[in-house]
Design a protein around this ligand. Structure first.
Ligand SMILES: [Zn+2]
Length: 134
């Protein structure tokens, strides 16, 4: 999803990309990005920071790169491939065949061809529930 006052329009404003849930068993980024989208949209024209983000940034959020892995509660996608290891590597170019990449990886690479992002981040992490000692 893109959050901006002019979504779909290329402007002289920074475009930020955030991807969550690359690993299906790491749902924290997915939840954080959904909360961020809700907060920005709910607070536009009410909160100065939310208004600044919408008016001056193109915020691109992909809460889950790996919905199949999320549904299966595992690291890999439906093909059990670690998507974080499926992108080209500038230092160890062992996997340069685009046809061998996963559909999720191809979609992200296509997205990168369409939009010039100023900065990007992918969010990794797991929830650890503390043990209850009685
Ligand atoms: Zn991860």
């Amino acid at each position: 999803m893109e959050i901006s006052d002019k979504p779909g329009v290329e402007e002289a404003e920074p475009a930020f990309k955030f991807i969550g849930n690359v690993h299906g068993d790491e749902p924290v980024g997915r939840e954080l990005l959904l909360l961020l989208a809700n907060w920005v949209c709910d607070n536009y024209m009410k909160d100065p920071l939310a208004t600044l983000i919408v008016d001056n940034v193109h915020l691109h959020l992909l809460p889950s790169m790996n919905p199949d892995g999320f549904a299966l509660r595992r690291r890999g996608n439906a093909n059990n491939i670690d998507l974080n290891r499926d992108f080209p590597d500038q230092f160890f170019p062992m996997n340069d065949d685009l046809d061998l990449r996963q559909p999720e990886t191809k979609a992200i690479m296509s997205w990168l061809d369409e939009i010039r992002f100023t900065a990007s981040a992918s969010l990794h992490g797991v929830l650890h529930f503390p043990s209850l000692l009685l």
